[in-house]
Design a binder for this molecule. Structure first.
Ligand code: GUN
Length: 293
C-alpha cells in the first residue's frame, strides 16, 4: 500500500506557483489577488477559508476576506459580487459554500464574472471543462487529477467508480477521469444515493473516488485488492479527547481499506490540501489572463 501524500504534493505545486509569482514580481508585476466571501460562522467553512487565505500568504498572493452575517440579503451579497467583478486588481472571487437557505446558490454562482470564477462553478467554466476547452476546473476534482499526475498513477483503461454526483466534486470528477488525457482515459461509473447494490460496482473498481460526505462509508468488503482509493470526505466528528473537540473523518474506513489498496489518500493530508493547491493554480491562471502574460 502506498500513500498519495496530498500535503507533500500540494507543497510541491505551491512552491512552483510561488516561484512563478516571484519571477513575475521581479518584472514589476503586482500580486495575484484572490477575494473570498464568507457568510456566517460555519466552523468548517471558517477552517477552509482560513486555509485558503494562509496559502495565498505563503505563495505571494494578495488575499481579501469579506465577511457577512448569516442574515445578509441576497441583494447585498450580489451587489458585493458585482463590485468585485468590476474591481481591476481582483483576479479571483469565491463565495464559500454552503450558503444560508435564503440565498440561492445558482444566482450567486451566475453573478460571478466567468473570468474571475476560480472555483470553476460557473456554467461557462463547467461547459468549457465538458468540451475540453481551457478554463477553470473545480478545485477538488482538479486537485485529485494533479495528485494522480504527481504520483504517475496509471489510469488509462481503468474502471473508475465515483461515489457521489455533486456538481462541485462527483460530476466533474467523472468527466475529468473519462477525458482523453493523462491522467484520464478511465471507464467511469458515477454512482449516487439511488444506485442499486453499490458494493457490486465498487468491487469492480480499479479506482474509487468516495465523495458522498458519509464518514467511514467505504469499508474493506467494498474494495478489491490493488484498488486506488481517493477519499474526498472531511466530516467533523465529535472527539472530546482532542482540545478542539472534533476530529476530521473521511468517507473511507482507512485502517481497514488501506491494506487492500495499491494507492490511498489519507484524511487529513490528502485531497483537502490538493483542493487548496488547485485553487491557487486557478487564481494564478486568472491573474495571468488578466495581465496578459
Ligand atoms: N465548500 C466546499 N468546497 C468548496 C469549494 O471548493 N469552494 C467553495 N466556494 N465552497 C466550498
Amino acid at each position: 500500500m502506498n500513500i498519495l501524500d496530498g500535503k507533500k504534493t500540494a507543497q510541491f505545486y505551491k512552491d512552483t506557483i510561488a516561484a512563478e509569482v516571484a519571477a513575475l514580481r521581479a518584472k514589476g508585476s503586482r500580486k495575484p489577488h484572490l477575494v473570498a466571501i464568507l457568510i456566517g460562522s460555519n466552523g468548517a467553512s471558517e477552517t477552509y477559508v482560513a486555509s485558503k487565505v494562509k496559502a495565498c500568504e505563503q505563495i505571494g498572493f494578495e488575499s481579501t476576506l469579506i465577511r457577512f452575517e448569516t442574515d445578509v440579503t441576497e441583494e447585498t451579497l450580489l451587489a458585493e459580487v458585482h463590485r468585485l467583478n468590476e474591481t481591476a486588481d481582483v483576479d479571483g472571487i469565491l463565495v464559500q459554500l454552503p450558503l444560508p437557505d435564503h440565498i440561492r446558490e445558482d444566482t450567486v454562482t451566475l453573478a460571478i464574472d466567468a473570468e474571475k470564477d476560480v472555483d470553476g462553478f460557473h456554467p461557462e467554466s463547467l461547459g468549457r471543462m465538458l468540451l475540453g476547452l481551457p478554463g477553470y476546473v473545480p478545485a477538488t476534482p482538479k486537485g485529485i487529477m494533479m495528485l494522480l499526475d504527481y504520483y504517475n498513477v496509471d489510469t488509462a483503461g481503468k474502471h473508475a467508480v465515483v461515489i457521489g454526483r455533486s456538481s462541485i466534486v462527483g460530476s466533474p470528477m467523472s468527466v475529468l477521469l473519462s477525458r482523453n488525457s493523462k491522467p484520464g482515459n478511465c471507464t467511469v461509473t458515477l454512482t449516487h444515493s439511488r444506485t442499486v447494490d453499490l458494493r457490486y460496482h465498487t468491487l469492480q473498481a480499479d479506482i474509487i473516488v468516495a465523495a458522498l460526505g458519509k464518514p467511514l462509508f467505504l469499508t474493506a468488503d467494498m474494495v478489491k485488492d490493488g484498488a486506488v482509493v481517493i477519499d474526498v470526505g472531511i466530516t467533523r466528528m465529535k472527539d472530546e479527547s482532542l482540545s478542539k473537540g472534533y476530529r476530521i473523518c473521511g468517507d473511507v474506513d482507512f485502517d481497514a481499506v488501506a491494506p487492500k489498496c495499491s494507492w490511498i489518500t489519507p484524511v487529513p493530508g490528502g485531497v483537502g490540501a490538493m483542493t487548496i493547491a488547485a485553487l491557487m493554480q486557478n487564481t494564478l491562471e486568472a491573474f495571468k489572463r488578466r495581465i496578459k502574460v
